[in-house]
Each structure stands twice: as C-alpha cells, then as structure tokens.
Design a protein around this ligand. Structure first.
Ligand SMILES: [Zn+2]
Length: 266
C-alpha cells in the first residue's frame, strides 16, 4: 500500500473547515468527517505558546529576531488558546472516532467582517487512526508496536519514532536475525541489520534509514513530523515487500513454472 502523503505530511494546525481526510480505523476504506455538532471548545488559561519565542533561531540577526518575535506575539494575541473535543464519523461504515487536543479560536475585532475558522492541533484519537494498514500477515508484535506509535504521532513524535525503532527490532526478531554474536555479546541494531543484509540486501538501506530516525527520537527527543512520516512510509514498503509481495511472488513463480513445464513437455 502506498501512504497518502497529502494527508499525513501536512502538519497541524488544521483549519476546522478543512481537516485532512483521515482514513477510518474500523473499515480502512472510508474517510473520517467531523460531526460539527459534537465539537466543543473551552478556553485555556495559558495564552501563549512558549515555542513561539525562540530568539536562539536569530543569533545572527538580532533585529530580525525581535521583529519576528513581536509580529508572532501580535498574531498569537489574536487567537484564544483553547482545548477541544469532538467526534469524526466514517462515511463508509458509519462508526465513530473521538479526538481531542489544543485549539486556537480567532478573536475577531468589532470592525472585522469576516471571522476566521478555529485552528485545531489534534493530540489523541480513540481508537487510534492508522497511517498505513497493518495486514494480519504482519507479525503481531510489530503490529502492536506500530499501533502504539500511531497513537503518539501527534502528541509526541519523538516517542512515536522511538517505538518505530522498537518495531524494527521486533521485525528482526521475527525474521530470526541473531541477537548475540559468537561470543555471546549482545548485538546492536546496526549490527543486526548488517546480518540481515545477507538475506535481503536491497532492504538494508531502508532499515538503516528507519534506525536513524528512531535513534534521533531516543537521544535528542526531537524528531520532525516529516521524518517520522518518512520512516512510516519506508516501513510500510518493507513490511509489504517481506510479507505481502513475497507471497504473491512465490505464487506467480509457481504459476510460471507450471506454465513453462506444460510447454516444455509438449
Ligand atoms: Zn469506516
């Protein structure tokens, strides 16, 4: 399956009027649409997000830093920090997902004619929405870890990336790649991927890319959403190749042999 990058690479905030068409976690076929009647907001006490005040980013240009921080503060002051809860319905199977997170409501001044739609920063979905479908042919441990990772992708991308790394370890366990060397010393993930290279050489570059993102999540605790999404896309391809395409390949190979032998016997 190919990940729909249009949906997943867009970062919050999302305008409440144009939320991404997330796939339904129940049927996997339909997309989720917000039920506006259920959407509720409550004003938060905290009015400014400290992330917006980052003078460090402007070390080389203090004046630009001051101007940027000021204009951001003015823009920020136009939005009331809030929390939200709401429900999303699947158009196909009719089931419902709840979601919650942070929101910003526009503080319209009396002269303004046009209101601006609320901006949502979703944090949690119940049940969790899935970036790619997890086939039952995939190892159960890998599926469980990926579901956990998906559940954290909005609220804590670094932990989500760290769990992707753990799912990679679980995948190598499943593929019976050695965990210790001849002297009984524990092998690290890099060394295990190198061992796996003998079995499937063309996938190891991809596994190492996932390892890099996972390492970043574990050590610096700072992973961009785009990198996390890239690691999901790579893992989706790897799992598909190992568990779905290989089955089709084996079947097509058997078919080819059958056809060939029926002709060679003529
Ligand atoms: Zn559905």
């Amino acid at each position: 399956m190919t990940i729909n990058t249009d949906i997943w690479k867009k970062s919050p905030p999302f305008s409440v009027n144009s939320l991404p068409k997330w796939p339904c976690p129940f049927c996997g076929k339909g997309t989720l649409a917000i039920d506006y009647k259920t959407l509720k907001f409550k004003k938060s006490k905290r009015q400014f997000d400290p992330d917006y005040f980052k003078m460090d980013d402007f070390e080389d240009n203090f004046l630009l830093g001051v101007l940027t921080v000021l204009s951001t503060a003015i823009e920020k002051a136009s939005w009331v920090q809030s929390r939200f809860v709401g429900f999303l319905d699947c158009k196909s199977c009719g089931d419902t997902v709840s979601f919650t997170g942070r929101a910003e409501i526009y503080r319209k001044n009396p002269q303004e004619k046009i209101d601006r739609p609320a901006r949502l920063y979703p944090e949690f979905f119940s049940p969790s929405i899935q970036v790619f479908s997890l086939s039952e042919l995939y190892p159960e441990n890998v599926r469980k870890l990926l579901l956990k990772s998906f559940s954290l992708m909005f609220s804590d991308p670094a932990s989500a990336a760290n769990i992707v790394r753990r799912s990679l370890e679980a995948l190598l366990d499943e593929l019976e790649v050695e965990k210790v060397n001849g002297k009984g010393k524990k092998l690290n993930l890099f060394q295990r991927i190198a061992l796996f290279e003998h079995q499937v050489p063309d996938l190891t570059g991809m596994l190492n890319a996932i390892r890099f993102v996972g390492n970043e999540g574990s050590h610096s605790g700072d992973v961009s959403r785009a990198d996390l999404m890239d690691s999901y896309e790579i893992l989706d391809y790897v799992l598909d190749d190992l568990y779905l395409r290989s089955k089709t390949r084996a079947r097509v190979q058997r078919l080819s042999q059958k056809v060939s032998s029926s002709y060679s016997n003529k």
